[in-house]
Design a protein around this ligand. Structure first.
Ligand SMILES: [Cu+2]
Length: 368
């Protein structure tokens, strides 16, 4: 009887949420449950329509051809010229680097603040648009569902094949960071499409062993040529970003303050766990983490988690704000009318209130 019930659960996972039966993809079930509310919001949108709606998928569900198209577009951005003012950020040698600079400039105003979710949503969207408009990509920004891959090195995201976001760094002897023990890499990434990638910006606040070479400029914007390094392993996913932990975060927090604080500040918290699953340099540096091309899949998932949380009670979870305007609750209180300005990479300045719905303002996408 139980196995029949479980088979039934797979077919009607939403119903099983109500009956308390655990399903293999409990996070996906919450996403499915919230989709009705997203569709209702979409019907009210003045900018986004069902015909225009774009679908963001988990990397493992993206076809091989579409993965290759995404990778090709990222490599295109890395070989396109920078559009930043000449000489101001010498380490920004290509269009991809412009995105890294944008994050470095605002790091202390966009983490542990009320703007964390909306800023990173707009930033990730701007990157997706650059891939499409500047590099001929027709697809959407994929995401990395942390809990789906308990051994990330074996996931299609990090398995090192030519349809992955490249593999782990070369295994070198190295020490733990304050976030977690030394994992299986630590050296240069030598497999997959980004094996020959050059990192130049930063470090600013490195948490990597061995320590990366110092940037010639104290602000990290000088040219500091080095390889992409990673220190991937299963430890931090198990510690902070399993499916059960992400589901618990979404279902146990009913207001935006505790939700955003636990996401970022928990011990170690979903966001930190994911970043340090990649770790090393530049991935383990708070300022320059977008210099690792897996960053965008990571923040796709962070945005998806915010979206799923919102969609559990959408009318009451969009126009809400908590926290301060500088790191960890400091500065003035954040307001929904505060501006989000990433004009290096997206020309329009929006207020936070225009960035809280994925089917309004500049946005027109859903997660599946
Ligand atoms: Cu960030």
């Amino acid at each position: 009887m139980l196995s029949i019930y479980k088979g039934f659960c797979l077919l009607t996972s939403v119903l099983c949420l109500f009956t308390g039966e655990a399903s293999a993809d409990a996070l996906g079930d919450l996403q499915t449950k919230g989709r009705t509310a997203i569709n209702t919001q979409l019907a009210k949108s003045t900018t986004c329509t069902a015909a225009k709606l774009q679908v963001r998928k988990e990397w493992g569900n993206v076809s091989v051809a579409d993965r290759k198209a995404y990778i090709k577009a990222v490599l295109c951005l890395m070989s396109a010229p920078s559009k930043l003012p000449a000489g101001k950020f010498p380490g920004a040698q290509n269009r991809y680097d412009d995105f890294v600079v944008t994050h470095m400039q605002q790091t202390l105003q966009i983490h542990g603040t009320g703007s964390f979710f909306s800023w990173h949503r707009y930033y990730t969207w701007a990157y997706e648009q650059a891939l499409r408009n500047e590099c001929g990509y027709n697809g959407t920004q994929p995401y990395w569902d942390f809990g789906k891959w308990t051994d990330p090195e074996k996931s299609p995201i990090f398995d090192g094949t030519d349809t992955s976001m490249s593999g782990n760094g070369k295994k070198v002897s190295h020490k733990a960071t304050s976030v977690g023990p030394a994992q299986n890499g630590g050296g240069c990434v030598e497999t997959g499409p980004f094996a020959n990638m050059t990192v130049r910006l930063g470090p600013v606040s490195p948490m990597a062993d061995p320590a990366p070479p110092k940037n010639p400029r104290s602000d990290g914007y000088g040219i500091n040529t080095r390889c992409l390094r990673r220190d991937i392993g299963p430890y931090l996913v198990s510690k902070g970003s399993t499916t059960a932990m992400m589901v618990n975060l979404i279902t146990s927090k009913t207001t935006i303050g505790p939700f955003q604080d636990t996401m970022q500040g928990g011990n170690p918290g979903v966001h930190t766990s994911a970043h340090f699953t990649i770790g090393s340099d530049p991935g383990g540096d708070f300022y320059t983490s977008p210099n690792d091309p897996a960053f965008w899949l990571l923040h796709g998932q962070i945005d998806r988690l915010w979206t799923i949380w919102q969609s559990q009670d959408l009318p009451n979870r969009m126009q809400v704000i908590a926290g301060g305007t500088s790191m960890m609750g400091g500065g003035a209180a954040q307001k929904l009318t505060d501006n989000i300005d990433i004009s290096n990479v997206a020309s329009k300045v929006y207020q936070i209130k225009d960035l809280v719905s994925i089917t309004d303002g500049p946005f027109c996408y859903v997660y599946e």
